[in-house]
Design a protein around this ligand. Structure first.
Ligand code: COA
Length: 223
């Protein structure tokens, strides 16, 4: 009988196999760079806050504050209906989505978004595949200014560089969204780009935008 060498799949092929439902493919945790048996990332607790994967039951509580003008003013999607919110909460079904809702007691007071994606890099190499993540956060306005946004950002960074062993994360905001870039700076991220009039705002027209980033090496050095 002819023996067959085991096939080593690159990240792209592995992802395609996983999407096809191949049960022998373990979805990345940075391609075995960390403990694949570590289990789901969320839930986690941080003092009075619990971070857990979103569920269908969170749609209503999140919509109760997510569409308020002071919140949606700074979001790219200015209004989310139930279907859009449900779609944005598909995290547990998407191996690249590690988003969570933040609970204070039973109340959904925030959301953290973490989407793993490819970094930039040359073809034929796999190092940049799934090496980055895009981060985001919202907090219920009735809980603003108590440090929850900063804690959510730190929780996302800890997972991105801890469990997921990513190389780099980025997050963007309108330059006038001071609360969001303050959160990024307090969490240790670095302003990497000031885009002059690079962002369209429904009420303000063309406005400036900021991109912040952090490297795994910077996260480690700050610990
Ligand atoms: C951005 C957001 C998540 C921050 O949440 P939060 O829980 O209030 O954040 P924190 O309490 O950790 O920190 C907010 C910081 O911004 C500062 N801040 C808030 N509004 C400010 C303003 N208008 N001018 C100057 N500083 C401001 C606060 O003083 C605080 O900084 P400090 O601790 O140095 O004083 C929240 O405001 C929010 O959900 N905004 C609407 C949605 C949004 O913008 N999401 C991000 C899209 S990029």
């Amino acid at each position: 009988m002819m023996s067959r060498e085991p096939e080593i799949l690159g990240p792209g092929a592995m992802k395609a196999e996983a999407a096809r439902g191949n049960p022998l493919v373990v979805v990345h945790r940075r391609w075995l760079g960390c403990d694949v048996d570590a289990g789901p990332i969320w839930p986690k607790t941080d003092q009075d806050l619990t971070y857990r994967p979103p569920t269908e039951a969170d749609v209503g509580p999140l919509l109760a504050w997510r569409n308020r003008p002071e919140v949606s003013r700074w979001l790219l999607r200015t209004h989310a209906d139930e279907d859009a919110m449900r779609e944005s909460l598909r995290g547990p079904a998407d191996p690249d989505d590690h988003s969570f809702v933040a609970l204070l007691g039973d109340a959904v007071v925030g959301a953290g978004y973490l989407h793993v994606r490819d970094g930039m890099g040359q073809d034929g190499e796999t190092e940049h595949a799934r090496a980055e993540a895009l981060l985001g956060w919202n907090v219920s306005p009735s809980h603003w200014g108590r440090g929850i946004g900063t804690r959510v950002a730190r929780a996302l960074l800890d997972v991105a560089f801890g469990e997921l062993r990513l190389h780099r994360v980025t997050a963007g905001c309108f330059a006038d969204n001071v609360a969001s870039w303050r959160v990024m700076e307090k969490a240790g991220m670095r302003r990497e780009q000031h885009g002059v009039q690079d962002s369209w705002h429904a009420q303000l027209g063309w406005v400036d935008g900021y991109t912040y980033a952090m490297l795994r090496s910077e996260w480690r050095a700050a610990r």
